[in-house]
Every structure is written in structure tokens, then in C-alpha cells.
Design a protein. Sequence first.
Length: 242
Amino acid sequence: MPPSDDAEDSARARDEPAAATRRRPEFRKGRPTLTRERIARAALGILAETGPAEVTMRAVGARLRVSPRALYNYVADRRDLLAEMVAVCQSDRPRPRLDPHRWPESLRAYCRELRSWYRAHPGMPALARAEDLTPFASSDLLRADDALVGFFLELGLSPRDAYRAWSVTVLQVAGFAEIWDAVHDRPPPGLDPAGWTGVPPGTPAAALPHLRLLAAESAGEPPDALFESVLTMLVAGVRAML
């Protein structure tokens, strides 16, 4: 492990009691006080803005205005940083409050919360594609998924159908947030998502007639309204399996 070149951070890491009775200040001398969580949240910010490849110890150090070596007092290496990113992200995940007696409304409400969680942590699905995050899974981190599967089983679905319902629910919500919401939340330079009709500019008038028919609807519908349609189809699919 590289030694710290930040004497103040090293001394604080050595001298802090294991069971501190007071909270450390968030900032000292204009710089944020380092913790594993603060480092991980800085890395999550970089992930959201620039993608998995840019999540480096040097980039995180620059974002926190400390030497990259100072980070090694808190995280062993980049893999340890990824593990803490997963832990912090999962700690923010909403706990399912699912009621089998009001299951359509209950499922809709949880999906809205899950969508908000994905929007608050953009780039995590991309990180999961770029890095092997499976070693960081734990029973505690998977309690929300376990509760969702239990909900579907309690509705009367077979284990196979409960697996399908759980998988499709996560895929629909994550995919919507990662693709549709991402374009509206962080549009590429020059793109106005509200003005996109599905028909590229300059397309001949006779081309794509069916997309042209939908142009007015697609341009005027906000993401929230479209997401409710996704939930309607999700609920209908679960109902068909019951």
C-alpha cells in the first residue's frame, strides 16, 4: 500500500478512536474530510459524468482535492474502491414495501422508487458491464431483490414465473432509467430530447410513415407519462401469469 503524502490525513486515520463519540467535521482547511463513503460518492459522481473508464484513483483524488496517495489510507486499491461504490449505491436502494393485497398499486409504487434510485446513480449498469462486480454481492446487498421475489411468490406465481417477473421488473425499470431517463436528464450536446420525434431531420417525406404518424405524440409525452405506460404493461404481464 503506497504511503500517504498527506500528513494530516495519515495522523487523523491513525489517531481516530474505533468508537468515536463525536462526528468529524465535513471539511477541514477547505478540503473535505476523507471517509470511505465520501471517496465512493466522489467516484460515483465521476462515473455518472464520464463513464467507468474514468473512475481512477487519480480522478477521485482530483475531485476531492487531495493527493491520490491520501486515498490509500481508506481504500486499498481500485477494486476496493469499486466494492465501496457498490456498497454505498446499494445502501441507498429503497426497501420494498410491497403489499400482496394491493399488489398492482404496490408494485407500481416500488417501481417508481426503484427508477428514482437508478436515476440517482447513473452509470452503475454500465459499470457492471465493464467490471466484474459479482464478488461484491452479499446477502445484505441482495435483500431488496429477495423481498421482490418473495412478493411474487406470495402472489401465487411459480418459482419460474417469479424469476421471470423479478427479472423483467428490474430490466424494465433499469433500462428505462439508463436509456430514456439518461437522455432527458443528461442530453448529449446539441440534442433537445423534447423535440425528438423519432424521425431524423432531412428524412424524405414519404419515408418512415408510421413514425411520422406518431411524431406529435412522441414529442409531447414526458418521460413520467411513458414510464406509467411501462408499468401498465408490467402489471398486465404479471396478471397474465397469475
